[in-house]
Design a protein around this ligand. Structure first.
Ligand code: NI
Length: 137
């Protein structure tokens, strides 16, 4: 079994907040990411898939295929968007890195399965110091 990772980047706005809480309560729990006027991050997305090496190609998966799926299904829908308001597959979520990773997993996993590609990890890097990884459960 070999693990192969594709890196993509996107820029997006978000706000961490619960609408039923006051701005003060949101600030206390979510910190600067609760800014009512939104703010952005330069996110990095790592998608890791796994599988045996195809003896004919030497590949687990063609990276062009992997990149095309990630770009079409995820990046084009979230890059330069407001993740709270403009992304169908994130509607109703608190836009934390955790929930972004889960939402992206849920979009990609069904796309990979018919191609015989097994998704292993979705990693979101929000800042130099903070990242999350989701392994599907
Ligand atoms: Ni933030």
């Amino acid at each position: 079994m070999v693990y192969i990772t594709r890196r993509e980047t996107f820029n997006a706005a978000h706000r961490l907040f619960r609408p039923e809480w006051s701005d003060e309560e949101n600030l206390r729990v979510f910190g600067k990411c609760s800014n009512p006027s939104w703010h952005g991050h330069n996110y990095i997305l790592y998608v890791t898939v796994k599988g045996p090496v195809n003896p004919e190609t030497g590949f687990v998966v063609n990276l062009k295929t992997l990149s095309k799926i990630i770009r079409e299904q995820v990046i084009e829908k979230i890059d330069h968007m407001n993740l709270n308001t403009q992304v169908d597959f994130m509607k109703g979520l608190i836009i934390s890195s955790e929930n972004i990773a889960i939402a992206i997993w849920d979009v990609l996993e069904p796309r990979f399965r018919p191609l015989g590609i097994e998704l292993h990890c979705v990693k979101i890097v929000e800042t130099e110091n903070n990242s999350v990884e989701y392994y599907g459960n």
